[in-house]
Design a protein around this ligand. Sequence first.
Ligand SMILES: [Zn+2]
Length: 237
Amino acid sequence: MTTPGTSRCSDCGKPRAAVRLDDQVLCDGCADRWLASVTGWPELVPARTAEIIAGPDGRRHLIGYRIMRMPGGITAMAEEIGDDLAKGYRVELTEDHDGDPAALPDRLRAAVHSAIGHLYLRPDEWHGWGLAEDEVAGRLVEDVSGDGPPRVVIDGHLLSWEDLGRLLEPFGGWSFHLRLGAEPALRADHGAAAASPSPRPQASSAAGLVRSGQLSLPESRRLAQPPVRRWSGSARR
Ligand SMILES: [Zn+2]
């Protein structure tokens, strides 16, 4: 059993290897090259470098980008890197294996900037949180004990199902529409800015981001712990 973050790629030795393939752990790039060789799919474009995005509420979000083939299709994932992977922002876009993934890195970056730039919650002196408008979106997270209702992550905050109920209390009597699996809304004029000036050429790695002052050391350590994804060695189209 390998702990994510302590694994180096079995093939190229890169740190942060997080794709489990039978008894090996590969980096996203080597895993993709292996998949391309056995399936005939073209190799994917590389993911963007991690960046820090400042939210309108003043919080800084360290966002790591990944692009990989999963059994159901190509997944482009932007994930907030923190101590607890259950909370924080996560945006995923998917594309068919036969589709053209060239635009995915830019679409993903726009989607996560848009998600961070729009707040559904506002502080509420009675309940802790209230809804800023008449709309809310986020993601569901499994209950830790496994037998309770799911928890929800909204604006990167982890809330219980009861918290969500309290958020909706003022709307008793309203109608609602809940659609699962929807892609994040893109709000062209609400995108959050990168926390630092545009990335400098040397900042192409976590070490580069630290050197250029865009990333603190604790943040760069968190960056070294991507969640492990699994592929079975017999994966075929
Ligand atoms: Zn590798």
